[in-house]
Design a protein around this ligand. Structure first.
Ligand SMILES: Cc1ncc(COP(=O)(O)O)c(C=O)c1O
Length: 437
């Protein structure tokens, strides 16, 4: 007999949830996901890496050989809570590409770097503790912080990344108010969503402030090897061992499907991370770890990253060129030197969230800027991803976006400015978060 599903829109469990469940928000694009993913819509919304250039036959052969080798039974068993020793050694080789000298004992393997964020927040944050984050910052990190009821305070960025004076001010002001500032969360390379890179000078200044004030830095670096201009800056972790927790991932340089990332942490923190990992998963997935380890062993992964870089560079260039051609006067955008994203600031009076359904009707999707703030700023901003669509589709998507923006501007000229469109946030000229004023 067919099982009858009795759907109700009422949440009968509402009174039973833990307080932290109320901090979890649905993403702005999720509601439009089904429509935004129709083939006729150009989606500049998601951050999916493009794995079309991966040699899938090589991956299939390598995995099949691995399963039939003596490693096979181990790959199908429970493993260590810290992660497989072989992979942790290889992870140290990957980090060496960004100037980091590390010991495999200090590495904890995680289920993507997203789980690294979860474990770090779990061991450091009580409800009400403060996490400092760039303005804007990665939506997945903001939702992790919210789910542990941490309070996010944004710190201003400009074209060179975090503004050191604002960071110092935030730490001092919040501490004087009795707040516990647990760490600074930063994405120094090709920030998601802004595409901005923290300059070398700024990295040193941020580190200086951290040392001065005892601030812990959580450095999230999934895009570091995807530099598009031949210039790679040293990781903050390469300049300081004790005060930095570093997170890496194979999602953008190999495949997100295996869900393998890692945290490099000082010894004492590493011990806590492993305990947290054991209570979360017993052990991170052994099969995925063997798969990634095999890939790193049998494939020229450094060359594969060069192939990815060439592909992403072409897409970034297509997007920047199309923006110059199709964006109306009054808009501006960042020029990323790597990674996946461009941050667009719209002409005054246009609300990116309110405009989204009209954009999707015009067959283009994007992520509204408000997703990247814990405090509802970013209404005049849009994150555009160039990672997934082909250069031709990117160009067409930006052209369609230009049409929608021109129509919105026309409406504003006729009827006046949308009342919700005042929360401007331009990374080049933002005002401090009220909490830091
Ligand atoms: C800045 C940043 N951190 C972490 C992640 C999570 O990546 P994963 O869990 O796939 O390693 C992402 C994914 O887009 C990201 O952009």
């Amino acid at each position: 007999m067919e099982h009858q599903r009795r759907d109700t829109r009422l949440d009968l469990y509402h009174d039973r949830y833990a307080a932290r469940a109320f901090g979890m928000k649905e993403s702005a694009v999720r509601a439009l996901f089904a429509v935004a993913n129709r083939p006729e819509v150009v989606s500049l919304a998601g951050g999916m890496p493009n794995i079309a250039d991966l040699p899938l036959d090589m991956v299939a052969d390598a995995l099949s050989d691995m399963i039939q080798s003596p490693a096979g039974p181990k790959a199908l068993q429970y493993g260590s809570g810290q992660g497989e020793p072989m992979l942790r050694e290889q992870i140290c080789e990957v980090m060496a590409e960004e100037g980091i000298r590390a010991h495999p004992d200090d590495v904890t393997v995680t289920v993507g770097s997203q789980q690294g964020l979860d474990l770090i927040t779990r061991i450091f944050c009580d409800p009400g503790d403060v996490v400092l984050a760039e303005a804007p910052s990665y939506v997945g990190a903001l939702s992790t912080f919210a789910s542990y009821q941490a309070e996010v305070v944004h710190v201003e960025m400009d074209d060179d990344g975090l503004v050191p004076e604002r960071l110092r001010e935030a730490v001092l002001t919040l501490t004087a108010r009795g707040k516990k500032v647990k760490f600074l969360y930063t994405i120094p390379n090709y920030n998601n969503p802004s595409g901005i890179t923290m300059s070398l000078e700024r990295r040193k200044q941020v580190l200086e402030i951290a040392r001065e004030t005892g601030l812990l830095i959580v450095e999230d670096n999934p895009y570091g090897l995807l530099d598009l201009e031949g210039e790679r800056l040293p990781a903050i972790r390469s300049m300081e061992n004790d005060q930095v927790l570093y997170m890496g991932s194979f999602s953008k340089t190999f495949s997100p499907g295996f869900r393998v990332g890692w945290v490099l942490a000082p010894h004492a923190v590493r011990e806590k991370l492993v305990l947290a990992q054991e209570s979360a998963t017993l052990s991170p997935p052994t099969f995925s770890q063997y798969a990634v380890s095999t890939y790193l062993k049998v494939h020229d992964w450094r060359h594969q990253i060069v192939v990815f870089r060439d592909m992403y560079r072409e897409r970034r260039d297509a997007m920047l060129k199309a923006l110059t051609e199709y964006m109306p006067a009054g808009s501006s955008w960042t020029h990323p030197k790597g990674g996946f994203f461009v941050w667009l600031t719209l002409p005054a009076g246009i609300d990116s969230q309110a405009m989204l359904p009209r954009a999707v009707t015009n067959r283009v999707a994007y992520t509204p800027g408000t997703a990247f703030y814990a405090d509802d700023l970013g209404a005049r901003n849009i994150r555009l991803s160039y990672c997934y669509p082909t250069p031709e589709r990117i160009r067409e998507g930006v052209r369609r976006l230009g049409e929608v923006l021109n129509r919105e501007s026309q409406l504003n000229r006729t009827f006046g400015i949308h009342p919700g469109a005042h929360a401007v946030h331009n990374v080049e000229s933002n005002s401090p978060h009220p909490d830091q004023a």
